[in-house]
Design a protein around this ligand. Structure first.
Ligand SMILES: [Zn+2]
Length: 232
C-alpha cells in the first residue's frame, strides 16, 4: 500500500512539481514546503533559550511580558525575506503551518514558555484580511497548535480600522491612534490564561505593544510573545 502511495506521489510530482518556497528547487518531499538546504540555512536566533534576549529587552518598560522570542533574524535580500513574501503575498499558506511547527519545536527546547494555554494571532484589519484571504499569523498559530496541543483563538481580538472622525487629526495623531486600536472580543476566553501572542515580524514592536496592552487588561492574564522573525 505504501509503495502504491509513493508511486502515486512520484507520478503526481511529475505534473504538479512541488517547489521549495525558499530557492525554487524541486528537491522537496511531501512533508515540507522547503528543501533541506533552505531549512538548514534559516538564520535561527535561539533567543528562546535566553531570558533578557533582544526581543524581551525591546518590551522592557513598555508591557509586562513573561517571555518573548523570534525564531529567525530578518535581513533584507535573504531567504527569510523570500519566505515572508511567499507567506504574505503569494498565498503560500502551507509555508505558514510549516514555519509555525518550527516555532513550536523551538519553544519546546526550553521551559520558559511552559504552561501556555492559548495562542492568539495578531489580528489584521478586516479589509486586509478580506483581500489576503487569511491571516499569516493565524497560519503560524495553526502550525504551532498541532505541536503544542494548545488551541488557537483567532477571533478573540479585533483590529479596528481608522474611522472618518480621525480625518481631522494630524498625521502623527492618526498613526498613533491606529496603532492603538485593538479590542478584545472574548475576555472570558482569555482571563486567567497564559496567552502566547503570535506575529510574523517584529520591527519596532509598537503593534505588538498596542495589542499586548489590551490583552493585559484581562484579569490574571500572563502574556508571552513569539514571532517568526526579528528585525534589528
Ligand atoms: Zn530551498
Amino acid at each position: 500500500m505504501l509503495q502504491i502511495k509513493n508511486a502515486w506521489q512520484d507520478f503526481t510530482h511529475l505534473f504538479f512539481p512541488a517547489l521549495c518556497a525558499g530557492c525554487g528547487t524541486d528537491a522537496v518531499g511531501t512533508a515540507a514546503p522547503l528543501c533541506i538546504s533552505c531549512i538548514k540555512e534559516l538564520p535561527l536566533t535561539n533567543f528562546h533559550l535566553h531570558a533578557g534576549n533582544p526581543v524581551e529587552k525591546d518590551f522592557w518598560g513598555r508591557i509586562n511580558i513573561n517571555a518573548a522570542t523570534a525564531l529567525c533574524h530578518f535581513t533584507t535580500g535573504t531567504l527569510i525575506q523570500q519566505l515572508l513574501h511567499q507567506l504574505k503575498y503569494k498565498g503560500h499558506q502551507e509555508l505558514g503551518y510549516f514555519l509555525g511547527r518550527l516555532m513550536a519545536a523551538s519553544l519546546q527546547q526550553c521551559d520558559r514558555f511552559d504552561g501556555v494555554d492559548v495562542l492568539v494571532p495578531l489580528p489584521l484589519f478586516a479589509s486586509r484580511l478580506r483581500k489576503r484571504g487569511y491571516n499569516q499569523s493565524a497560519l503560524l498559530c495553526q502550525g504551532m497548535s498541532g505541536v503544542l496541543s494548545v488551541p488557537v483563538l483567532e477571533d478573540a481580538m479585533v483590529r479596528l480600522s481608522a474611522t472618518d472622525t480621525q480625518t481631522q487629526k494630524n498625521r502623527i495623531q492618526r498613526w498613533k491612534n491606529m496603532e492603538d486600536r485593538f479590542s478584545v472580543l472574548s475576555p472570558e476566553a482569555l482571563a486567567g490564561k497564559h496567552v502566547l501572542l503570535v506575529d510574523d515580524v517584529i520591527t519596532t514592536g509598537a503593534t505588538l505593544e498596542a495589542c499586548g496592552q489590551q490583552l493585559l487588561k484581562m484579569e490574571n492574564i500572563k502574556l508571552s510573545i513569539a514571532a517568526l522573525a526579528y528585525t534589528v
